[in-house]
Design a protein around this ligand. Structure first.
Ligand SMILES: Cc1ncc(COP(=O)(O)O)c(C=O)c1O
Length: 557
């Protein structure tokens, strides 16, 4: 995705948000993960949890196959609760106490980062036999946050030799070139230093299993302190990494590679919906926002974020210093003023883009009373076949729609009507947003309301038993899309007609979609008063296309 335009499902979540929140786009994060693997095939991705410890994001990454770089027992537990296995998680923090090592060991973690002999000795005592990889010091030059000094060894050979002596497995080397690294040369230099070390270790009989390339891969939607876009040479960076990996393979034989991106996977896929506190004018104009350094935008020391004011477009603009809501003078965007709409008023929504990295973890518990933002995760809705795990939500959606009218069925009855080729859910990411159940039934016959099916029919008639779109997703065309999806499936499985029972006076609506009433078909009382059996042929490609709905939520069974 280009960072300059958010996809429709994100825009819609931001538009509907009635209060401040941080919105993650799970579809975007998944796409970013796959794009990274396209650039670095055969590299294992271990997401740096610290960049976004939000459970749905972790679960989403675990589902697509990512492992995790955890910085503490707390982060390890978080990953294990969200779908990771201990083998997919390493303890990537070189700073840890005896108790931290023992806790990680008891959670099943077998791979630890290290950078000094004291830490190696502690690992040997509290996680005997563990695999260790030594983080090698880098300069951090070229990065917005250098991450140098505190972590990283200048004597990886000595550290790993001690590890071997103590019965640990000297398994690898790692680097971190600094966060938001803006140069390819930093990677070249760091990888060159690893080639030297791999060769030197091999000459001492230490043959490594892997090299961990660390984090540092950039986000694309940031602006620097001067207001100019930060455009990292991403293509050149990936080329430098691939080339360095080639040289390491030559030096170290069958090395595996790991990468630990944090920012690169989540920054451009998190957007904050905040609001204007006040546009004021003193010696200069200030724009105070409800979100700042202490509740989501910690990195304003180096960054500016792209702002959108969705309710104010096209009017006069003024330069203003942007600041957060606290009365702390540090709580402001650095650098020169930013041009903003002149007519902003308190309460106007503002969208803060590319704010997905290091937003949650760095947030204070409530400095000045401004607590952490609520976090939501959205996903591009898609229609997919029903999975066995969907039924409890389907039953809830059904009950919400039909129970108020006394027409709700048991879950067993609903499940019994599951024809796999012609039943679908509307998958909205964190939660299902609707479903359609259709099954073969002879013409003029239909399910007995409330009773599970006892017979599986073969028929050229497909009975559309149920279609529901949740209250939150109504009015966005999903009913039409579900019906179209069903019609296309019916056509491909060579059904000739679709039937349904319009309940609650919905026959008029369905007649606008090509369904004809069959008043001669008598219906049981379980369908409610005024229910009508209706059907429509399915003919050639495209013929059964539906007109735009006047109201997509019409009841029928
Ligand atoms: C050990 C380690 N790995 C990975 C990362 C992620 O870095 P980035 O967000 O720059 O990708 C960090 C960040 O501090 C880190 O300390």
């Amino acid at each position: 995705m280009t960072p300059m335009s958010e996809p429709a499902h994100v825009r819609s979540a931001l538009t509907r948000a009635g209060h401040d929140q941080l919105v993650y786009d799970l579809t975007g994060i998944e796409g970013q993960y796959h794009a990274l693997l396209d650039e670095l095939p055969d590299v294992s991705v271990r997401f740096a949890v610290k960049a976004c410890p939000h459970p749905p994001v972790l679960a989403c990454l675990a589902r697509v196959g990512a492992g995790f770089d955890a910085a503490s027992p707390g982060e390890i537990e978080l990953t294990l609760r969200n779908g990771a296995l201990p083998a997919d998680v390493h303890y990537g923090n070189t700073v840890k106490s005896d108790a931290d090592i023992a806790a990680a060991h008891s959670l099943g973690i077998t791979t630890f980062a290290t950078d000094c002999v004291e830490d190696v000795r502690a690992i040997a005592r509290h996680a005997p036999g563990a695999h260790v990889f030594c983080r090698v010091a880098t300069t951090g030059a070229g990065a917005l946050w250098a991450l140098t000094d505190k972590c990283g060894s200048d004597d990886a050979v000595g550290v790993l030799t001690e590890a071997r002596r103590l019965g640990l497995v000297p398994a690898g080397l790692s680097i971190h070139v600094g966060s938001q690294q803006m140069t390819a040369s930093a990677w070249r230099q760091a990888l060159d230093s690893l080639v030297v070390l791999v060769t030197s270790l091999a000459s001492r009989g230490i043959h490594l299993g892997h090299v961990n390339l660390g984090g540092g891969l950039p986000a694309h939607g940031y602006f620097g302190r001067t207001g100019a876009p930060l455009v990292p040479p991403t293509g050149e960076i990936f080329a430098a990494i691939r080339e360095g990996m080639g040289r390491l393979r030559e030096a170290g034989g069958r090395l595996r590679f790991v990468v630990e991106p944090g920012r690169h996977l989540v920054a451009d896929h998190g957007t904050i919906r905040a609001h204007v506190a006040r546009l004021t004018s003193r010696e200069q104009r200030w724009l105070y926002l409800s979100c700042g350094k202490f509740n989501g935008l910690y990195e304003t020391d180096q960054l500016r974020y792209r702002l959108t004011f969705p309710d104010r477009a096209g009017g006069a603009v003024v330069p203003a210093v942007i600041a957060g809501p606290t009365c702390d003078s540090d709580d402001r965007f650095g650098g020169s003023p930013v041009v903003v709409p002149a007519d902003l008023v308190s309460g106007d929504p503002v969208w803060i883009h590319s704010a997905g990295a290091y937003a949650i973890g760095y947030t204070t518990v409530g400095f000045n009373g401004f607590g952490p933002l609520p976090v939501v995760a959205v996903r591009a809705e898609k229609i997919r076949p029903i999975d066995a795990g969907d039924w409890s939500t389907i039953a809830e959606l059904e009950a919400a729609e039909y129970a108020p009218r006394g027409l709700s069925e048991s879950r067993a009855a609903l499940e019994s009507r599951w024809a796999k080729e012609t039943s679908f859910v509307l998958d909205g990411g964190e939660r299902l947003g609707g479903y359609v159940l259709a099954l073969p039934y002879p013409p003029n016959r239909f399910p007995d309301p409330g009773r599970p099916e006892t017979t599986a029919y073969h028929s050229a008639n497909l009975h559309l038993h149920d279609i529901v779109v949740s209250a939150e997703l109504r009015g966005r065309g999903w009913g039409t899309r579900l019906l179209r999806h069903l019609t296309d499936a019916a056509r491909s499985f060579r059904y000739e007609r679709i039937s349904l029972i319009a309940v609650d006076g919905a026959a008029g609506f369905w007649s606008t979609r090509g369904f004809r009433a069959h008043p001669e078909v008598t219906l049981p009382a379980g369908y409610g008063p005024g229910a009508v059996y209706m059907s429509r042929p399915i003919t050639g490609e495209g013929e059964a296309r539906d007109p735009a709905p006047r109201n997509e939520q019409r009841s029928f069974r």
